[in-house]
Design a protein around this ligand. Structure first.
Ligand SMILES: Cc1cc2nc3c(=O)[nH]c(=O)nc-3n(C[C@H](O)[C@H](O)[C@H](O)COP(=O)(O)O)c2cc1C
Length: 370
């Protein structure tokens, strides 16, 4: 369904790296819900991996159910990038993704992240060194360029093809844009056209199955990668695959299904990070689920204070009781509390949509902009 050099994937839908979020529990949740095949870790500093820094090792924690997995590396020293990738290959990681899009100063000033988009010769040499040393595919994730005056992604893509890259992931914004404005589908299309022999995966603001289809059609991309949309909606991959295969839009998951997956996500957080740390980390995860719950103020206020499983259970039980006043006898939200459908920023608003939101919120995290 999606060919990435020697690797055949069962889905052309991908989970984008979201530092602080795309950890093992989230990836397992996404995989269990279905529709996705290759998932990617948060970005990991190549040097920290070589030095066996415990934090870096935690970022690459995985298990047999978490396959196929790509680890995203950042760094600008070719030998370090190669050696870190070799270590990952030896551990059974399926692919290496190179971060060429991160605009954060700390990363850019070392020559990594989006700085790589501006230095094509150096980038070529770094990628070539990795491709030559590895058996597993090497991919790259980039933005459209540094700013509107420097939309270098098509040139960079051609350079990367020459260096032996297996696929590229393009977020349809420039570094200067941060997360502002709408995603530039035309910009992604130019990258697709620049490298006809390569699989290009489009990315940015896809929050619905229709938006994913629109991105495929308008850009001609071979795959679509989804980040924040998967947080609102871990079902997005399954629903998109179904929509692409059959033309039928599946209804949004029920509230009960959302709660089932929320609980599963919490259990996995505790399993992987321990009860206290897992609970504390879940404080920033739960409000994403709650965005589609309907009225949820007391839940959002209480869940950001949990430290134990007992806290989590109490907060959820209290919320389920409280929410009953907004539902009918079947448990459905009364019409005045129902949420308008989600609309991707680059899609026309349907007439029924009351929601006027133009952007997906960027969650608080270790970074200001990506
Ligand atoms: C909190 C956060 C963390 C991110 N971390 C990474 C990262 O580690 N590596 C990367 O290449 N992109 C990172 N990104 C960018 C996303 O992978 C993606 O390109 C961007 O969010 C647009 O896609 P989306 O609208 O589907 O989220 C991050 C974005 C956000 C909001």
């Amino acid at each position: 369904m999606f060919q990435m050099s020697t690797m055949a994937l069962r889905s052309n839908l991908f989970l984008s790296p979201l530092a602080g979020y795309t950890n093992l529990p989230f990836r397992l949740v996404i995989r269990e819900v279905g529709g996705v095949d290759l998932c990617t870790t948060d970005l990991v500093n190549a040097r920290s991996l070589i030095e066996r820094n415990p934090k870096a090792l935690k970022l690459i924690e995985t298990n047999d159910a978490d396959r196929p997995l790509a680890v995203q590396l950042f760094g600008a020293v070719p030998e370090e990038m190669r050696d870190a990738a070799l270590q990952l290959e030896a551990l059974g990681i399926s692919a290496i993704d190179i971060n060429m899009g991160c605009p954060v100063r700390k990363v850019v000033k070392t020559g990594g992240g989006s700085a790589m988009m501006t230095e094509l010769d150096k980038t070529h040499a770094l990628v070539r060194g990795m491709v030559d040393a590895l058996k597993i595919p090497v991919t790259a994730k980039m933005r459209l360029g540094w700013d509107d005056q420097n939309l270098t992604a098509p040139d960079l893509a051609r350079t990367l093809v020459d260096a032996g890259i297996a696929a590229i992931f393009v977020h349809g914004r420039t570094r200067a844009q941060g997360f502002e404005g709408t995603v530039n589908l035309e910009g992604i299309r130019k990258v697709v056209e620049a490298v006809p022999s390569l699989s290009v995966v489009g990315n940015g603001d896809v929050t619905t199955a229709e938006a994913a289809k629109h991105m495929f059609e308008v850009t001609g991309c071979a795959g679509v990668s989804i980040g924040r949309g998967a947080f609102y909606n871990p079902w997005i991959f399954k629903h998109t695959q179904h929509f692409m295969d059959t033309g039928e839009l599946l209804p949004e998951p029920t509230f009960d299904e959302r709660i089932r997956v929320l609980r599963r996500h919490y259990d996995l957080m505790v399993e992987v990070f321990g009860e206290n740390r897992g609970s504390v980390m879940f404080r920033k995860v739960a409000p994403w689920y709650a965005k589609r719950f309907g009225p949820a103020k007391p839940f959002n206020k209480a869940v950001v204070q949990i430290s134990t499983r007992e806290d989590f259970d109490t907060v959820l039980a209290d919320y389920l009781d409280w929410r009953e006043k907004f539902t009918d006898t079947e448990g459905q939200l009364l019409p005045q509390y129902q949420l308008p459908p989600m609309v991707a920023s680059f899609m026309q608003e349907p007439e029924t949509a009351v929601e006027k939101r133009k952007t997906i919120p960027v969650p608080k995290g270790p970074v200001e902009v990506w």
